[in-house]
Design a protein around this ligand. Structure first.
Ligand SMILES: Nc1nc2c(ncn2[C@@H]2O[C@H](COP(=O)(O)OP(=O)(O)OP(=O)(O)O)[C@@H](O)[C@H]2O)c(=O)[nH]1
Ligand SMILES: [Mg+2]
Ligand SMILES: [Zn+2]
Length: 354
């Protein structure tokens, strides 16, 4: 018997599991998804599971189990059937690339997300800010990992560039292959019973970092790549591994784009401490910090108190969020209308008895 608390089980899940327990179901956490096969960690060790027919048919994609989810399952003939996903504490999501407003859930029930950038050609403060904004919006703590520090002459310069942006998040320098900085990273940021996810572009060294922590090859890392990425062992699916320390780490495939979504009440982006503080001093409560008179944010940019990169990132992200919000609202309206029609058809059929 393993105790589920070491995998992150807590009173939140316990409370939501009550009714399922009464029905004789068991609880497990999703560690990997390969097609239809779901890998679980349960009180009796690892297990394979499938979705129940009802779950497969009824749910929206983002309601289906994702890596990190706690589920209620029924042991059945040597196989486990997943009956339900327990309510999530949070979900790390992004807007899918392209003109869609579709949301993709990357992983769930996360304590900290490590944003990995490589100090070769990948370093990009604008992209970094987009990650930070989205992660904070998901109620997850961001930590920036600048990997491949062995490839640049002055890695500290890059770290200071990120720190100067003024976000409330730690910035670490690492070399996965040179095994530099790993110890400090593990000691300060990888705690037992907590769940972490690594995100960032392809080739920044996420899997190499995981493997370095595990101390063995869980999966092949890429060989040194040429420009076209041929022959690289790029990660194709997400999986959760448990380190010897008891910390859980989710590796994920590289992302080309990390689109922001917009939950709830929009307007206020308070992912940047100074930006949030300044907004309070704007003349208008609903100031968008663009052209309004008496805007404290614009004044701070002119005075050199708020970094221009932060302001530019704010403009870009808030524009995208506004777009996401309008299109998502439209989609909801259409779905509601469609729902009404479907209901009318069902009623009509019932009356006509066919
Ligand atoms: N010089 C140097 N190379 C590194 C370092 N970390 C990783 N690499 C190399 O970078 C390449 C890509 O590493 P991966 O770990 O596969 O990158 P990834 O982020 O997992 O990529 P995807 O799975 O495609 O998202 C490999 O050739 C690694 O050996 C580092 O700290 N320094
Ligand atoms: Mg990888
Ligand atoms: Zn303003």
């Amino acid at each position: 018997m393993t105790s589920l608390t070491q995998y992150g089980w807590n009173t939140h899940f316990e409370q939501n599991f009550h009714t399922y327990r009464a029905q004789g179901l068991e609880a497990g956490r999703i560690t990997a998804i390969e097609g239809f096969r779901h890998k679980l960690i349960t009180a009796n060790g690892p297990a394979d599971a499938m979705l129940s027919g009802a779950l497969m048919n009824s749910a929206d994609n983002w309601d289906l189990p994702k890596v990190g989810d706690w589920v209620a399952f029924k042991p059945y003939d040597g196989e486990c059937i997943i009956i339900s996903v327990l309510p999530r504490i949070n979900e790390l999501s992004r807007k899918l690339p392209g003109r869609t407003t579709e949301k993709q859930v990357i992983a769930t029930n996360i304590d900290t997300a490590f944003i990995v950038q490589g100090l070769d050609r990948d370093f990009n403060p604008m992209r970094l800010q987009r990650y930070i904004a989205q992660i904070m919006q998901c109620n997850i703590r961001p930590v920036v990992l600048l990997n491949k520090q062995d490839l640049v002459a002055d890695p500290e310069w890059y770290r200071q560039e990120v720190i100067a942006l003024g976000y409330d998040c730690p910035v670490l320098l690492l070399s996965a292959t040179g095994r530099e900085g790993l110890q400090q990273w593990a000691a300060e940021h990888l705690l037992p019973g907590r769940t972490y996810v690594l995100i960032g572009s392809s080739g920044v060294g996420k899997s190499t970092l995981v493997n370095a922590l595990l101390g063995y090859q869980l999966q092949e890392e890429g060989a040194v790549s040429s420009f076209n990425h041929k022959g690289r062992h790029t990660t194709v699916s997400r999986h959760l591994v448990t380190l010897a320390s008891g910390a859980m780490l989710i590796d994920s495939p590289g992302m080309r784009e990390f689109g922001v979504t917009l939950e709830a009440d929009g307007q206020d982006i308070d992912y940047h401490p100074l930006l949030a503080e300044l907004s309070a001093a704007c003349r208008f409560d609903d100031c968008t910090h663009r052209h309004e008179p008496g805007c404290a944010v614009v004044a701070a940019v002119h005075a050199g108190e708020l970094p221009r990169e932060v302001y530019d990132s704010y403009l870009k992200i808030s524009r995208e969020q506004a777009h996401y919000q309008t299109v998502a609202a439209e989609r909801k309206r259409t779905e509601r209308q469609f729902g009404k029609i479907a209901k009318q058809v069902a009623q009509y059929r019932k009356q006509r008895k066919y």
